[in-house]
Design a protein around this ligand. Structure first.
Ligand code: GLA
Length: 401
């Protein structure tokens, strides 16, 4: 059985919680990497991510109804994670206070239950091959897999963009990270061989074909630094501070950093204190890079996309200060290799993964060179793997009647 493969998860579900396989709903959702647009989403800006062929699967069986002698208003949820090897139980009626991986499931279930006429409890098994905490959005992947399944189980009829919105709210309200919409959106709406250019303010999007001769290669540094969430929320509030100051000093209204052009930033940057100025400079120029990258993708200029990724990395490293030595080492090593078109850290930062664009015929030697250099430098074994650009969340199977 492939880990996370929804059929295998169904068997685990019946073995663990009982019931029949033909009562099971199955859904899955991918991880993602971000080609351009780092820390722009919560500033109402632009992003250019792709969904990847690493997925989280869920199998769900609603609590048996009263025909089986069950209480029809039973709102108990039992959820087992094959990755964590743990089962958690909660009730849809009252939030649990304990923090755990199951918060993502509970947060999504609780928000979606508000829109269901009679949300019954359920048993669920989750599992997959998106590395947890590696910057590939394992959390949004889990959220969307759960939401896509519950959309069926509770017959909610919500389109993918609305599920993405609910999952985003769940992460902010329930898990407490002030994240932007990028991860949930691309995990829900990604398409095979297409990058998604998203305007995070209007949520309008455009898809651009990826280049068949170029592969997305992920290097997981296998380091994670502490306090990622608090450092992330600190960046969010520094951006808010920049917005308040620029709203005073610029003649146009500034509701978010999205509203600040490069020219306006250059004119007003003297009014910003040092750290806030650096954060703001990153966001303002990064939005420009994303737009330029989208245009380059449209015209098939993948070399330019790669160059912009390198600029993004340096800006995240020097101005936004969310990189770390291991990520920088991988990017610098990758940049010395002929097959590489561009590399950058992906996700929130402080560890996790680098994403590179690599010529398709040289993926193996590229991976081996990065691996060897990284082990020699750090003594840590990285995971270097090519990814296909994959489809977003989807229902895999539902009971036939
Ligand atoms: C995390 C967040 C996203 C985004 C990125 C940085 O992945 O979940 O919303 O802000 O960091 O670009």
């Amino acid at each position: 059985m492939v880990v996370g493969e929804p059929t295998g998860l169904g068997t685990i579900l019946t073995e663990r919680f009982g019931g029949e396989e033909d009562e099971i709903y199955r859904a899955s959702a991918p991880g993602r990497v971000n080609l351009l647009g780092g820390h722009t989403d919560y500033n109402d800006g632009f992003v250019l991510p792709v969904a990847i062929d690493r997925r989280t699967g869920v199998a769900v069986r609603p609590q048996a109804d009263s025909r089986d002698g069950n209480d029809p208003s039973d709102r108990t949820v039992r959820v087992h994670s094959t990755n964590v090897g743990e089962t958690r139980t909660f009730s849809l009626d009252s939030p649990t206070s304990e923090e755990s991986w199951a918060d993502y499931v509970e947060g999504v279930a609780r928000l979606l239950a508000e829109d269901a006429s009679n949300p019954r409890g359920f048993d669920m098994v989750v599992g997959g091959d998106v590395p947890m905490g590696g910057g590939l959005s394992s959390s949004a992947s889990l959220e969307l897999a759960v939401a896509t399944a519950l959309n069926e189980v509770w017959d909610l009829g919500k389109p993918a963009a609305e599920l993405a919105d609910r999952c985003w709210r769940a992460e902010r309200e329930f898990v407490g990270v002030e994240c932007g919409i990028m991860d949930q959106f691309v995990v829900a709406l990604g398409e095979r061989n297409r990058a998604l250019f998203l305007d995070c303010r209007t949520r309008e999007y455009e898809r651009y074909r990826t280049d068949d001769d170029v592969r997305v290669v992920v290097t997981n540094t296998n380091v994670g630094h502490e306090l990622v969430d608090s450092a992330y929320n600190e960046r969010v509030s520094q951006c808010r501070e920049a917005v308040e100051l620029l709203d005073e000093s610029l003649s146009d209204d500034v509701a978010s950093l999205r509203d600040v052009s490069v020219a306006e930033f250059e004119e007003a940057k003297g009014t910003l204190p040092g750290t806030v100025r650096k954060r703001c400079e990153h966001v303002v120029y990064e939005n420009e890079r994303v737009r330029e990258a989208a245009a380059a993708m449209e015209s098939g200029d993948v070399r330019r996309v790669g160059e912009l990724m390198g600029e993004t990395h340096r800006s995240l490293r020097d101005l936004y200060e969310v990189s770390c030595e291991e990520l920088d080492f991988v990017v610098e090593t990758a940049e010395t290799l002929d097959a590489e078109l561009g590399s950058r850290m992906t996700g929130a930062g402080f560890g996790g993964c680098v994403v590179s664009l690599v010529r398709a015929d040289s993926v193996e030697p590229f991976a081996e060179a990065v691996r060897t250099a990284y082990v020699a430098e750090t003594g840590i074994e990285p995971d270097v793997f090519p990814c296909a650009v994959a489809e977003g969340s989807r229902v895999e199977d539902r009971p036939s009647n």
